[in-house]
Design a protein around this ligand. Structure first.
Ligand code: ADP
Length: 247
C-alpha cells in the first residue's frame, strides 16, 4: 500500500530546541483502526512527538499528514476539528457539572458551559452523549457530579469528552497513571474498543499494560525510532534490550 492510505503519515519530522534535536528525522505511519503503543526511555521524545502531531509544538522541518492532508502549518484547534484528539495526563473535566453535562459541552457544536446548565439539549446531542457514556462505561453515572467520580472514572470521562468530538485519531499520554489494577484492566478493554473504529496512539511505560493492548509497538530513542513491530519482535531486538538495560 502507498503512504497515502494511512490515517497518519509523519515524514522526516524534526524539531530542534536550541540546536538539540528532540525529534530527529522521524517517520511514523499509523493505519486505520490501529492501536499503536509508543515506548522508550525518558527523554526519548515521545511526548514531543504527540505534541507535534496535535499542533502544540511546531516542527522545525518535515511533514505531518492526516488523511493525506498537510497538517504541519495548521494550528491546534484546526487539527482538533479535523479529527485529531489528544488526552493529556491531567484531566480537564468540569468537576461541578454532571457526567452528562461534561459530555454535552464537549459536543463540537455544543454550547458553552453555562448553556449546558440552563438549557435543554437537542435529541441529537442526547443520543450521542448516551452512546459515548455506554462506550466509556459511565452510562449509570450520567447524573453524578464529575468531581465525585473515582480517579479512573474521571480519566474515562475525559476520553468520552474527546470522543464526543468524533476524532479519527486519538492520542493518549500514559492513560493508566495512578490507576488501580481493576481500572487498568477496564482501560485496556476501553482502548481496544475505541480502536475498533478509530486510530489510537498511546504512550506507555508499564510493559505489562503494553503487552495487554499492543498490536504494534514503536520504540523511540534519542528522537528517532529504534524499532517497530509486534511486542515479541521489539522485546527481542538487541538494540532495544541495550537501551533498556542501559537505563
Ligand atoms: P519523553 O516523552 O520520551 O520522556 P520528551 O518528548 O518529553 O521525552 O523530551 C524529549 C527531549 O526533548 C528531552 O531531552 C527534553 O528535555 C527535550 N524537550 C522537550 N520539550 C522541550 C522544550 N520545549 N524545550 C527544550 N527542550 C525540550
Amino acid at each position: 500500500s502507498s503512504n497515502t492510505d494511512f490515517v497518519l503519515a509523519v515524514e522526516d519530522l524534526t524539531v530542534s530546541f536550541d540546536g538539540f534535536k528532540a525529534i530527529d528525522n522521524l517517520n511514523l505511519y499509523v493505519d486505520h483502526n490501529e492501536l499503536r503503543v509508543i515506548i522508550g526511555p525518558n527523554g526519548a521524545g515521545k511526548t514531543t512527538l504527540l505534541d507535534m502531531i496535535c499542533g502544540k509544538t511546531k516542527a522545525t522541518s518535515g511533514s505531518i499528514k492526516f488523511h493525506n492532508e498537510e497538517m504541519t502549518a495548521l494550528p491546534e484547534f484546526t487539527r482538533v476539528r479535523k479529527g485529531i484528539g489528544r488526552k493529556f495526563q491531567t484531566p480537564s473535566i468540569y468537576e461541578n457539572l454532571s457526567v452528562f453535562q461534561n459530555l454535552e459541552v464537549s459536543f463540537p457544536k455544543g454550547r458553552s458551559v453555562l448553556g449546558a446548565v440552563f438549557f435543554k439539549c437537542t435529541a441529537e446531542v442526547k443520543d450521542r452523549v448516551q452512546a459515548i457514556a455506554e462506550e466509556i462505561g459511565l452510562a449509570d453515572t450520567l447524573n453524578t457530579e464529575a468531581g465525585l467520580l473515582s480517579h479512573g472514572q474521571k480519566q474515562w470521562l475525559e476520553v468520552g469528552m474527546l470522543l464526543m468530538q468524533d476524532p479519527e485519531l486519538l492520542m493518549l499520554d500514559e492513560p493508566i497513571a495512578g490507576m488501580s489494577v481493576r481500572e487498568r484492566e477496564i482501560t485496556a478493554e476501553l482502548l481496544k474498543k475505541i480502536s475498533n473504529n478509530r486510530s489510537v496512539i498511546v504512550i506507555e511505560h508499564d510493559m505489562e499494560f503494553v503487552k495487554k493492548i499492543a498490536q504494534k509497538v514503536t520504540v523511540m530513542h534519542q528522537g528517532k525510532i529504534l524499532a517497530e513491530g509486534s511486542m515479541d519482535d521489539v522485546q527481542n531486538n538487541p538494540q532495544v534490550i541495550e537501551v533498556y538495560l542501559g537505563h
